[in-house]
Structures are given as C-alpha cells and as structure tokens.
Write a protein that binds this ligand. Sequence first.
Ligand SMILES: Nc1ncnc2c1ncn2[C@@H]1O[C@H](COP(=O)(O)OP(=O)(O)OP(=O)(O)O)[C@@H](O)[C@H]1O
Ligand SMILES: [Mg+2]
Length: 149
Amino acid sequence: MDTPREPIIEFKGVSKSFGDRNILDRIDFSIYEGEVTTLIGLSGTGKSVTLKHIIGMLKPDEGQILFRGKPIDQMKKAEWNDYIGRISYMFQSNALFDSLTVFENVALPLKYTTKLKKKEIEQKAMARIEQTELTEVADKYSSESGPHP
Ligand SMILES: Nc1ncnc2c1ncn2[C@@H]1O[C@H](COP(=O)(O)OP(=O)(O)OP(=O)(O)O)[C@@H](O)[C@H]1O
Ligand SMILES: [Mg+2]
C-alpha cells in the first residue's frame, strides 16, 4: 500500500472575518507538491484572502496553515525566511511598483535577494528587458509604459 503523501500546504479549519463579515468559514484543503492547484470562485468569495494567509499577509482568526506539516505561525525566523523564500506570487493588479521605472522593477528582486554587484544586476535586468522587447520603455514608469508591462 502506498504511504499517504504529505501535503506541501494544508489548511485546517481556517476561519477569517473582517468586522462582522465572515469570509473563510473553517476551510480545509491540501496542496500537493508537483501538482497544479487552482482556486476557483466568484469575485469576492475569498480567493485572495486565502492566498494572503499562505504568505502570512493575513493571520487566521481560527485554524492553522501548515507547510510540510509544520504550522507556519510556529516557525522560527530562519524557518520562516526559508519558507517565504520559496514562494513567488504576483499581485492581482498593479504587479509593478508605480514609483519605480520598468528597469528598476525588474532589477528590484535581484537587489534584495542576491549578492550580485550593481553592474551585474544591470546586465541581467537589461537582458530580460530586451528579451521581452521592452527596451524602449525601460526608463519609463509602469503607468507610462502602455499595455505591455
Ligand atoms: N483587508 C480587508 N479588510 C476588509 N475586508 C476585506 C479585506 N480583504 C478582503 N476583504 C473582503 O473579503 C472578501 C473576499 O475578498 P477577496 O479579495 O479574497 O476576493 P476574491 O475571491 O479574491 O475576489 P476576486 O475574484 O474579485 O479577486 C471581499 O468581500 C473583500 O472585500
Ligand atoms: Mg482576488
């Protein structure tokens, strides 16, 4: 018999309300490694609220969120940093910082998550910008760059 697989992420009885509006009502679900999991629901039903719990932007009123069996609210700083460092997410809208140029937006994660030198960051960021044919708007702010970014 196969041993049961351990979920990579598990929600156990998670509830969340804002004021007297209950958004998540004791939800349970598991996400497994190597699979694509899709969250489907009408607008305003709590999909983004659910995802924000995974990245710790929101804390549940009740219940737990586990990463490989470990409650994320019990992680020590180093464990948390390791966990959060594995997660990538894109915001639903305004996926770019509007106070930064296109180039600065692309370079930002390299600045904060690598030890690369300024010159190397510039080269890498420009290579991606060229690859995506955004060279013309590299120095513009995201709101000025048309429909592309
Ligand atoms: N920080 C908050 N404070 C108060 N209410 C909130 C907050 N965040 C979300 N809500 C409310 O919770 C409900 C669920 O919002 P959520 O953004 O999760 O919906 P969604 O399923 O992602 O919708 P959409 O498909 O439009 O993206 C909405 O009614 C929203 O107004
Ligand atoms: Mg949403």
